[in-house]
Structures are given as C-alpha cells and as structure tokens.
Design a protein around this ligand. Structure first.
Ligand code: HEC
Length: 172
C-alpha cells in the first residue's frame, strides 16, 4: 500500500490537470458565445465607465479649497479627511488608463498627483499642521506642474485668499 502512494498522488495530479484544461476549454467556449451577442450587452459587463478627468478635477479643486480652510482653522483631522478624498479622486484618474491626444494623463497622475498626496500624508503624520502653508503651496505647484505637462498651462491653480464654503464649519 505504501508503495502505491506516489502513484495515487500522481494519478490525482493528472486528474486535476485534466479538469483544469477542461475548465479552460469551457471558458473559451463561453467567451466565444458571449462575443457573438450584441455589443451593448457586453459593454455593461466588459469595462467600467470611462473617466472624465475634468469632473474629477472639479472635485479635487473643491476638496483642495476645503483643505485650505481646515488648515487655516488648525483642524488636522479635517485636513486629513480632504487629503484622503483628493487621493481617491486622483487614483480614479491614475487607474483610468486615460490618454488624451497622446498625453498619458493617468501616468502623469501617478508621477505628480499620487506622489504629492503620499508626501503630504507623511508630512501631516510627522509634523501635524506646523508647516501646513508650505506643504499646501507645494501641493498647488504640483497641480500646476501636471497641468503644464498635460498641455494645459492655462489651468493655473493658486493658494486661496479666503475659503469659499460659508456653509461648513472648519474649526476643530
Ligand atoms: C495628471 C496630472 C494632474 C494633476 C496632478 C492635477 N491635474 Fe488638474 N487637470 C489635469 C488635466 C489633464 C486637466 C484637463 C482635463 C480635461 O482636459 O478635461 C485638468 C483640469 C483641471 C481643472 C479644470 C476643471 C474645472 O473644473 O475647472 C481644475 C480646476 C484642476 N484641474 C484642478 C487641479 C488641482 C486643484 C490639482 C491639485 C490639487 C490638480 N488639478 C492636479 C491634470 C492634472
């Protein structure tokens, strides 16, 4: 019986390999069937909605403005909240595979935006809000660097002179 053990194991392995191959074949056939169906039905499952960069940017701009107000009010948790929201918007762009007129927008977002948000996260953790104004200015210049790189030098962001949301409490 002990001598038979390796053969049993081998037989089991072969059986698994056969089953895997069979599953693969069935998958191929399913795929072939699916592609025969109208394109509309496929679109619903195939790819997520395309990323509209300008819409993400509008939200990023709003969060950046609120982050500034929170920073001026000395509200670290709220600054961190908006940092997180901005990063999510940037990730949506970074992961969207966006290439616009040959400009690899998603790739630029990884280089400029995501890195800036990671640096800000580390700084907030290490220094709190002690150098918030400097950090914020660096962030805004990163926005502008990316706009230039993406062929949009006309999109010039700047540090706000006042918060534009009077309907939200920013104080801690
Ligand atoms: C990928 C690099 C990149 C980074 C980083 C980036 N942007 Fe943009 N931004 C773009 C591109 C590309 C457009 C143009 C989108 C289009 O063509 O529809 C844009 C457009 C905009 C617009 C115009 C849309 C509107 O609603 O008016 C604003 C505002 C904006 N960005 C703000 C910001 C702010 C604020 C930051 C930094 C916190 C930032 N962006 C960081 C690439 C970037």
């Amino acid at each position: 019986m002990q001598k038979a053990a390796p053969y049993i194991a081998l037989a089991a392995l072969l059986a698994v390999a056969f089953l895997l191959k069979r599953v693969g074949e069935l998958e191929d056939r399913l795929q072939a069937l699916a592609t025969g169906r109208p394109a509309v039905a496929m679109a619903a499952t195939a790819s997520p909605a395309p990323v509209e960069v300008a819409q993400n940017m509008g939200r990023i701009q709003a969060y950046a403005n609120k982050m500034w107000s929170a920073g001026q009010a000395g509200n670290l948790p709220l600054v961190d909240f908006y940092r997180h929201e901005m990063k999510e918007e940037m990730e949506a762009v970074a992961n969207g595979g966006v290439v616009d007129d040959g400009v690899p927008v998603s790739e630029h977002m990884k280089t400029y935006g995501i890195r800036a948000m990671e640096a800000l996260k580390a700084d907030l953790k290490a220094n709190g809000l002690t150098d918030f104004n400097d950090q914020y200015a660096v962030l805004i210049s990163t926005c502008n660097s990316c706009h230039v790189t993406c062929g949009h030098p006309e999109l010039r962001m700047r540090v706000p002179s006042m918060g534009r949301y009077t309907d939200q409490e920013f104080a801690p």
